[in-house]
Design a protein around this ligand. Sequence first.
Ligand SMILES: NC(=O)c1ccc[n+]([C@@H]2O[C@H](COP(=O)([O-])OP(=O)(O)OC[C@H]3O[C@@H](n4cnc5c(N)ncnc54)[C@H](O)[C@@H]3O)[C@@H](O)[C@H]2O)c1
Ligand SMILES: C[C@@H](O)[C@H](N)C(=O)O
Length: 371
Amino acid sequence: MPVIRTLGTVARQVQQVQQVLPLTVAVRNISFSPRQVTSDASFHSVSFSETDHPKVLITGGLGQLGVGLAKLLRKRFGKNNVILSDIRKPPSNVFHSGPFIYSDILDYKNLREIVVNNRITWLVHYSALLSAVGEANVALARSVNITGLHNILDIAAEHGLRLFVPSTIGAFGPTSPRNPTPDLCVQRPRTIYGVSKVHAELMGEYYHHRYGLDFRCLRYPGIISADSMPGGGTTDYAVQIFHDAIKSGKFECNLKPDTRLPMMYIDDCLRATLEVMEAPADSLSMRTYNINAMSFTPEELSQELQKQMPELEVTYDVDLVRQAIADSWPMDFDDSNARKDWGWKHDYDLPELVQTMLNYFGVETRMVQAS
Ligand SMILES: NC(=O)c1ccc[n+]([C@@H]2O[C@H](COP(=O)([O-])OP(=O)(O)OC[C@H]3O[C@@H](n4cnc5c(N)ncnc54)[C@H](O)[C@@H]3O)[C@@H](O)[C@H]2O)c1
Ligand SMILES: C[C@@H](O)[C@H](N)C(=O)O
């Protein structure tokens, strides 16, 4: 019921806005026309020459992945060529590490100003509500993940940007082949998050074919990072286990011990993102690729951790919403097209992932003790 009420209100608001602002709507459509004559599917971004550094805007940059990506891109393209943005206030270390700007992706005019004023050429669109928080607030997830994406697509097409939008293992559902899941198969996800990501894949590919938009998309597995926390997804347990293991030697897992999901260490994920963004357009036989590194269950992750922390106690208290989501997702991911087309190769398997995470926390723990 609340969703239906919200839908009615949004429809009324849109109607009112269209009556009051017909010119704005018309202008927005007209500015698309140059793209309509571009029927060449191998269209390249035109705003910068291949020898110049791109000028990058990252939306939703204060989540689990954005700060790490900004760090990687700034190393490559220069600090001032990468702008992080979000609707949240950045912590001081992030604020002082390079350009940061407030940007709500639902505010089309503000987004456009940022792109124009900063001569943006690449847009990495990270703003989203993830799978579990999306189910808890469907109306907001629909607005951020779908309406927000429409703003991003229009601005990217109008300004000839190269656009990266991540998709996810969550873009598949219970009727997809799950072990392994190929790039092209039935996609009938059962979460608003998954539905919005299938929509993003299809809209991005449509804009590519229709307007020549240089759209690039990777379906990420669950991402594991040490220095940033996940934003409310189904794979969050695989990050939380490290924090709880270090803090208390105990971990209560919200998925069943045998729930197998594709996973990846953050460094592999961010490198893949840079690599696909830099890949020559003619090496991309598709615009949306699966990428993968490993696939494990909570029990297997616990056992690998227990090799180094034998005292770790793991118990299970299953969250029914997250479990139902996980049971509908791929167990293993076929990323052979990414490997073939643009040379994707992961560096971290499960043992390296666990070692790297523990090394990070070991260093942190010693630093806290020392100070
Ligand atoms: N982390 C993963 O495991 C994973 C896996 C697959 C795909 N992805 C995708 O990668 C992207 C980044 O993921 P993440 O883990 O960093 O997400 P996250 O939830 O940690 O961060 C999302 C960010 O979006 C911001 N945001 C929300 N509403 C906004 C709005 N209206 N305008 C601007 N920003 C807004 C939030 O403040 C937050 O900082 C997402 O699109 C996600 O779907 C992530
Ligand atoms: C898998 C991914 O999209 C995210 N970590 C989630 O669980 O929602």
